[in-house]
Design a protein around this ligand. Structure first.
Ligand SMILES: [Zn+2]
Length: 67
């Protein structure tokens, strides 16, 4: 499976609803933040300013996939 890098990664940012740690996740077309506990998703734009190391690494992989 050479095509996909990881599709989600654990971050240190907290869900504003339940304080659980958010994941960064992607579909084919977009990247977003997701809470595994309450199922809420949040736009990446709201968190990009606070990006931690896990997010930065994840985003590097996402951008590598782009043509
Ligand atoms: Zn939550």
């Amino acid at each position: 499976m050479p095509f996909f890098a990881a599709r989600s990664a654990q971050t240190t940012l907290l869900c504003p609803k339940c304080q659980e740690k958010l994941e960064i996740a992607r579909t084919c077309h977009e990247v977003f933040m997701r809470c595994k506990k309450c199922g809420q998703t949040y736009p990446l734009q709201d968190y990009i300013g606070q990006a931690d190391e896990a997010m930065e690494r994840f985003l590097e992989n996402v951008y590598c996939d782009r043509i």
